[in-house]
Design a protein around this ligand. Sequence first.
Ligand code: SF4
Ligand code: SF4
Length: 432
Amino acid sequence: MAQLAMVMNLDKCIGCHTCSVTCKQAWTNRGGTEYVWFNNVETRPGQGYPRQYQDQEKWKGGWTLNKRGKLSLKSGSRFKRLMNIFANPDLPTVEDYYEPWSYDYDNLLSSPPMDTTPVARPKSLITGEDTTVTWGANWDDDLGSGPEAVGKDPLLGKLEDKVKLEFEETFMFYLPRICEHCLNPSCAASCPSGAIYKREEDGIVLVDQDKCRGWRQCITGCPYKKIYFNHKTGKAEKCTFCYPRVEVGIPTVCSETCVGRLRYIGVMLYDADAVLEAASVTEDKDLYPSQLGVFLNPHDPRVIAEAEAAGISTEWITAAQDSPVYKLIVDYQLALPLHPEYRTMPMVWYVPPLSPVVDVLTETGHDGENADNLFGAIDALRIPVEYLAELFTAGEVGPVRASLQRLAGMRAFMRSVNLGEEPDPGIAPSIR
Ligand code: SF4
Ligand code: SF4
């Protein structure tokens, strides 16, 4: 009932990829993991990594409700999964990831004098041969939305009627992603070998390398495609939430090196019995509230007593009480889960982006300058709330709008404070 969780504040991400690179240096700089990014940062709208990972009809990831209203894996029955082992049809291929390459820099250094500049052709890091590079982890970096993006981003395609996509209204933001360390992990449920487990003490989801038999059902089953196959060792690998670091009290590599300082780590206490119930709600619109509802108030004496009885240490209970993640998710309801409709109960949540600051909100060009604008014009933000809702609340715009209003309220409040002005009394209720 205790879980490490992360909240990322998307307004602060500058897309520098420092987190991805430092994570790669620490965890996936070995043969067989060239294409593996435990942490990646993708531009939204965009195809993501691997390409089109959000298309669950194609990949059969996550959970669905069967005819009896019970949770079942999208990738089918255990029998079907076992049969699929020999010809798993629902795996992304190397084309959906990319063939890692470098450039033939030797050609630059060893080229004889010539009239034209020598070329450093792309070379495959796997075969060493010349390669044609047509796709990579950040191939659509910074392209953003626009009519052409509709066919590439399924979320945008769904919103074609609602969201204007003229050139001057295009938008983009960055979405850093790691494994969600889900409360109801479909990777673990998909594994025929029982190699994937969720640590009782902190909820980190790991792959036992000795037990993994390389069936790759976890890759099909994970709707976030955050588990990878090492083709040299024949084993699945995934983000470990840097457990050797957090065990000694230091943060994950991605958090520590994040240039935007946007990653918050904390402990959440949750009701284990409520998890499957919350994942089984029948209406998509109820999924975000149901997931929010499994968290327990770490200041409640009854919760503390239960946690102590369950063997949770005083140190962890104190960490839960001081958790910035609890504040952002539950107290302020600013942070939202990524794709709650996958029903895995993800534990990396996001503060949705309010920026870029645009002057549609006020005549002065400031967002949320006064209370009227806070409550009237959130829908006129450049990043459409409908798009954010498809990412974070299974299409429900209400919680996204409420979160953005609180953010705008806080921004306006702090602006007044910094200018030495009296804050607009109409703003105060929105940031409580
Ligand atoms: Fe498993 Fe992580 Fe995928 Fe959740 S996000 S299903 S914990 S690999
Ligand atoms: Fe964004 Fe931080 Fe990663 Fe840079 S290091 S891309 S700011 S999450």
